[in-house]
Design a protein around this ligand. Structure first.
Ligand code: NAG
Ligand code: NAG
Ligand code: NAG
Ligand code: NAG
Length: 374
């Protein structure tokens, strides 16, 4: 290569990386929350992986609806936790920066699901949303990343819903939005278990947000137990020393193939992205996985724009084919919504943000918001 051309290439690399870093301004927060919720009490904590796989056998049983119950009761509980969150806003004025997208990730990830450290131009929803002019607020779920650690037998959907309600209220009142104050609008965006949390929060408090996008999600679900079978979870603290602080209630997929089985669909992935997802996977609480079915996730009184979008071949929420099941009963549940759209996104599996053409799904999401005044 001619040295002058080389220099030009170098110059353009530098300026584009400067442009990328200077296009958003991010602030990290450690936020104290005090969730109060009605919690299920786990009866018999696992001592080993034989007990984990026996739970999988029991929950997948034909008679699970009547024969499976891991709980000894329920109680209203409260506690104080720390949540690690990041707020990012475009550095330029965009006309949309006062609309905040509040992102709740799902199981097997931390908040970097929304902003992975691999080819952000192809996989970062945060960078996409910033590029469209929005501000974003995203956080590590309780038990994950830099948020507080609690028992995986205690951590559950009802607690996560209460935390999201507190975070959404705080963000709406301008508490964690750096210098710009009170947002004009708030949109909840979830992935998978994060979508369950968003839907449950809006079912309980329909005025919590102005719009909602449920990704990696579907209301015509047929395969709740198949999710755990595909996942092949094993106790996390025995898998990697970095998870020694977690009790036996935290589990993670046993190998890269179980991760692919649950989150990806060939040929719609890049192997290096799968390897990144596997290296950065996060344990989840067994009680989160099970209690997700026990909260009310039907926000029938929500009136803002609402979207449900899942990868066409999502194993977990569509038993591997979303095409004919994504629309109903989602449309009926959101019958009071200002606008509703259901999308089976071509080619992708459950981990939508890591699919080959993830930005195509990002565009569908932000186009929908823009068409509906957000
Ligand atoms: C938390 O629980 C304690 C004990 O039941 C109760 O006294 C207190 O009022 C509760 N706090 C909140 C914020 O609900
Ligand atoms: C929806 O709103 C109506 C009217 O306020 C109320 O009667 C009903 O209980 C609400 N439904 C749910 C599930 O909250
Ligand atoms: C689920 O999808 C099937 C197939 O399209 C449809 O026949 C059924 O009515 C849907 N279920 C509900 C509750 O809408
Ligand atoms: C990616 O998604 C966009 C928007 O859905 C679509 O127009 C485009 O054809 C897709 N590209 C590939 C290579 O599938």
């Amino acid at each position: 290569m001619h040295s002058f051309t080389k220099l030009l290439c170098l110059a353009s690399t530098i300026s584009s990386s400067l442009a990328t870093t200077s296009s958003k301004s991010c602030t990290d927060y450690t936020i104290t929350v005090n969730p109060t919720s009605s919690n299920f009490i786990w009866a018999a904590p696992f001592r080993n992986n034989f007990q984990v796989v026996d739970l999988l056998s029991n929950i997948a049983s034909r008679t699970a609806a009547t024969s499976f119950n891991p709980y000894s009761g329920a109680a209203v509980q409260n506690a104080t936790y720390k949540i690690s969150a990041t707020f990012c806003t475009p550095t330029k004025s965009t006309g949309k920066k006062e609309i905040v997208l509040l992102l709740s990730h799902g199981l097997n990830f931390d908040k970097s699901y929304w902003d992975p450290n691999i080819e952000p131009q192809s996989y970062s929803f945060v960078d996409w949303a910033i590029g469209q002019g929005y501000s974003v607020f995203f956080y590590d779920r309780l038990g994950v990343g830099k948020s507080s650690t609690i028992s995986g037998f205690l951590n559950q959907a009802s607690i996560q819903v209460s935390i999201l309600q507190q975070l959404a209220t705080a963000v709406s009142t301008g508490k964690y939005t750096a210098s710009f104050g009170t947002p004009k609008s708030l949109v909840l965006v979830g992935h998978s278990f994060g979508s369950i949390i968003c839907a449950a929060a809006l079912a309980a408090t329909p005025d919590l947000a102005d719009g909602v996008i449920l990704t990696g999600f579907n209301y015509n679900a047929t395969n709740g137990a198949g999710f755990l079978e595909a996942f092949q979870p094993r106790i996390a603290n025995g898998q990697d020393p970095k998870w020694h602080h977690l009790d036996n209630g935290y589990v993670a997929p046993v190998d890269i193939y179980s991760n692919v089985n649950a989150f990806f669909k060939a040929p719609d992935y890049d192997l290096k992205v799968v390897e990144y997802a596997q290296a950065n996977r996060q344990p989840f609480a067994i009680n989160e996985a099970i209690s997700g079915n026990l909260v009310d996730i039907q926000p029938v009184n929500f009136t803002g724009p609402a979207m449900v979008i899942a990868g066409q071949f999502d194993l977990i929420f569509c038993t591997g084919q979303c095409d004919d099941v994504i629309e109903h009963p989602s449309a009926e549940i959101f019958s009071k919504a200002k606008a509703f759209k259901a999308v089976s996104y071509p080619g992708a599996g459950h981990g939508l943000n890591f699919a080959a053409n993830a930005t195509g799904s990002f565009k569908i999401i932000t186009d929908f918001l823009q068409e509906n005044g957000l």
